[in-house]
Write a new protein. Structure first.
Length: 86
């Protein structure tokens, strides 16, 4: 059961990172103009990515947590996750 909690944490963090990264890339990708310097583009993309990542967590955080719990429990009962085999 302890490994189930461990895998829940791994899945939760991984899903938040992936979801926030996708949301940030979706917004930050096409935004800078052609005359924007590389440094300004990087700064703009980073700021937009951080904002979108936070919004993703606030909007879908509960669903991500439930999804991570389902993945961890399913992996534990199916005994396919390392540390959950009997």
């Amino acid at each position: 059961m302890l490994f189930c909690l461990f895998w829940f944490g791994i899945f939760w963090v991984a899903l938040l990172i992936i979801g926030g990264g996708i949301a940030g890339a979706h917004v930050a990708g096409p935004a800078p103009l052609a005359d924007t310097s590389v440094q300004q583009g990087i700064r703009y993309g980073y700021q937009a990515g951080v904002v979108e990542g936070v919004q993703f967590r606030e909007r879908y955080g509960t669903w991500v947590m439930l999804g991570a719990a389902v993945l961890a429990l399913a992996g534990m009962f199916a005994q396919i996750l390392p540390g959950t085999k009997r």
